[in-house]
Write a protein that binds this ligand. Structure first.
Ligand SMILES: Nc1nc2c(ncn2[C@@H]2O[C@H](COP(=O)(O)OP(=O)(O)OP(=O)(O)O)[C@@H](O)[C@H]2O)c(=O)[nH]1
Ligand SMILES: [Mg+2]
Length: 239
């Protein structure tokens, strides 16, 4: 591997994630990246009204060894707005999106990075469906995710198994060259549409998945699946 990538920027959009944010930051800090890559963590607090802010700031103060940029939106805007603010704060060579929960395992960063560096990719997704042992929480999320992926494949000539995955890894300069407009969960379909429109076939690697329940804090709703399909159609036919 002789790719010049040296720093992975990890963007964590967080909205009322007091239950999981500390455990997540600990897991992120424990990962040793391949190729001796450095980490840069960017937590974007989406105006949470729980203890997310205090927890992140105290973690940052207690762990100066982990480069951590903390920023906050002045009002609650949604995952997409948080990710976009996060992208603007990054200085790494590549960027991964990391939910502020424990559904995906930061140890999988390396599985993604190995393929990403070896193949010199612009975009690589972690697929929860390529690991048959993974469990899936709610049938309607499972079917909705499959449907969104099917629509993305048909409209954008992709061969994805998991378009809605949280783990999306990008070359930073490439991602920054894509103008994004999303504010909510339509980040995923918008970025997939716009990457595909640049003529890129998005590759995938298997990742682990530990779904959380709505009681545990899962916030996405079935309506977001419909909105995802509308977003895919919009960028294919309208814009
Ligand atoms: N619902 C919601 N989540 C937000 C908001 N801002 C940031 N987030 C974060 O977005 C992430 C995704 O939320 P989840 O409820 O786990 O949804 P998910 O099904 O894993 O969503 P995707 O991985 O985006 O498909 C979490 O880290 C949230 O904290 C917001 O305003 N509303
Ligand atoms: Mg999640």
């Amino acid at each position: 591997m002789n790719n010049p990538v040296q720093t992975l920027s990890i963007i964590i959009p967080a909205y009322n994630e007091e239950k999981t944010i500390l455990a997540l930051l600990q897991k992120v800090s424990e990962v040793h990246l391949v190729n001796n890559m450095q980490k840069e963590v960017v937590v974007v607090n989406d105006c949470s009204h729980d203890a997310t802010e205090q927890l992140v700031l105290s973690y940052k103060a207690q762990h100066p060894e982990l480069p951590l940029i903390y920023c906050k939106l002045p009002e609650n805007k949604g995952k997409g707005a948080a990710v976009r603010l996060g992208i603007a704060q990054t200085s790494g060579n590549c960027i991964i999106i990391q939910d502020a929960d424990l559904e995906c395992d930061p140890q999988d960063y390396n599985a993604l990075l190995e393929v990403f560096l070896q193949k010199n990719l612009k975009a690589l997704y972690g697929s929860r469906f390529l690991k048959p042992k993974n469990k899936h929480s709610y049938l309607y999320f499972y079917l909705g995710g499959r449907l969104v992926t099917l629509v993305a494949n048909v409209l954008y000539r992709q061969r994805l198994t998991d378009a809605s995955t949280c783990y999306k890894l990008f070359e930073a300069s490439f991602l920054k060259s894509i103008p994004l407009k999303c504010t909510g969960f339509e980040f995923c379909p918008e970025v997939t549409a716009k990457v595909a429109k640049r003529g890129i076939k998005i590759e995938e690697v298997p990742i682990s998945y530990y779904p959380r329940s709505i009681e545990d804090g899962k916030k996405i709703k079935w309506i977001d699946g419909l909105y995802a399909i509308w977003t895919l159609l919009k960028y294919r036919f309208v814009k």
